[in-house]
Design a binder for this molecule. Sequence first.
Ligand code: PMV
Length: 326
Amino acid sequence: MNHGHARATAHANIALAKYWGKADPERNLPAVPSLSMTLDGLRTTTDVYFDTMLATDELVLDGVSVSGRPLERATAMLDRVRASADCATRARVESANDFPTASGLASSASGFAALAVAASRALGLHLEPGRLSALARASSASAARSIFGGFVALGAGASEAEAVAPPEHWDLRMVVAVTEPGPKAIGSTRGMDRTAATSPYYPVWLSAAPPIFEEVRRAVLAREIEPLGEAVEHSALLMHASMMAARPSILYFAPSTLSVIARVRQLREDGLPAYFTMDAGPHVKVLTLPRCVEQVENALAAQPGVHQTIRCGPGPEARAAPGTES
Ligand code: PMV
């Protein structure tokens, strides 16, 4: 028997000031402050059906039934929601992305944000955005930021993210260049643990990240693309430098990643505002302004090794779809 259903949507976010490393691995609290932009072009839609006939939770991702680690992580989130609602009923989760999951683009942020909203609504809980953000953060710290739209911060050691500015604040563009996938990447949690344990640059990262976060925050609030872009690239490269110096080294760069970065620098020499960032994968995300987005996207799409480009602007907060609760 079906006991509760809700549908929610959430959008992916890309950090302009990066999070890497945990202050408290047990509670999944970040060691450094981060600031992201929620992206309108990358959306996850998740349905949760609590059903007393189910013996275990079930997870269907983009139409395919999954088990193992992804199911365990979904169950851990559902357990937290069940504990809040004092409920033991198992659930079937159906989640779909409107962007290619197989491309290796991080879908965990939008996925856990959508799951936190859908699962809590399905059990009749009406949680504040801050509570939803804390729920999402326990699964994936970057997911805490996808609860909010526009520009979003997650402080060092913070349990929940907070909105810095709404999507209308600044009409920025982020073009995602999906490059060739390299060898299977190490997951972010393992990567962070190894960086913290073995990289001589990790303490440097920890002390440099907070002032970079402040620069990013200031430039976002002042809507100044040049200092923002400069700080965004510095944050990404400093984070990657700390990982590269781990033992064994963590290297997310593919050959095509470097050629896209070189192209971005060339675009800048030609006078275009274009700045890159990258996360725990080989893809490159390029920050620019609406008037240049066409030119930037065409230039990236023409690069060898770029499989696809996805154009994004500031996206909305995670929300339950009206009328789906039952
Ligand atoms: O929240 P996680 O475990 O997926 O880690 C995200 C880490 C980065 O994407 C590399 C940076 C960030 O702040 O999103």
